[in-house]
Design a protein around this ligand. Structure first.
Ligand code: ROI
Length: 158
């Protein structure tokens, strides 16, 4: 079993419901336990400004799925909730990003671990901090250090 963290984001078609449905779907993944999820947070879009505000959260999973199998499963949930392949920074019904998988550092065309955008995104770091305040990344960086260095962004806990 590996502890993995997944970021959830939605800004279309009832985002609160999208995230709740996604928590349920994560809880039902094979060989996987949904350990916890953070509060929901509202924030203005970072990049691609001309779109609705986002709801974001982070989930902690214990999983026996390998990283790419977990990525496939996450994309299956996105598709099941009506995600269409859209513009790179466009609005979306549901975005599931695999942030961290155990202590693995990994890079391939499909997947980079830890997630490349982690350190710049308060809407990821703050919910992650709720779940794992003592987290240390595979490269030794502490979550608290990333948080202290992250550019400030407006973020409202629901
Ligand atoms: N902005 C916020 N606040 N939350 C997101 O989940 C999010 N996702 C994205 C972009 C467009 C970069 N901006 C975002 O993909």
């Amino acid at each position: 079993m590996s502890r993995a963290f997944v970021a959830l984001g939605s800004n279309l078609h009832d985002p609160q419901n999208q995230l709740r449905q996604a928590f349920d779907a994560l809880a039902q993944l094979p060989d996987t336990t949904l350990v916890a999820h953070s509060s929901l947070y509202r924030s203005p879009p970072m990049a691609g400004m001309d779109q609705p505000e986002y709801l974001n959260a982070v989930a902690a999973l214990d999983t026996a799925l390998a990283p790419l199998a977990l990525l496939d499963a996450l994309q299956g949930i996105e598709n099941a909730q009506g995600r269409e392949r859209e513009l790179r920074w466009g609005a979306r019904t549901l975005d599931l990003d695999l942030l961290i998988y155990g202590d693995q550092a990994f890079e391939s065309e499909r997947l980079t671990l830890p997630h490349y955008g982690l350190a710049e995104r308060a809407f990821v770091l703050i919910p992650l901090f709720e779940l794992a305040p003592d987290l240390v990344l595979p490269d030794g960086r502490q979550l608290t250090t990333l948080l202290a260095q992250c550019p400030p962004q407006p973020l409202f806990r629901l």
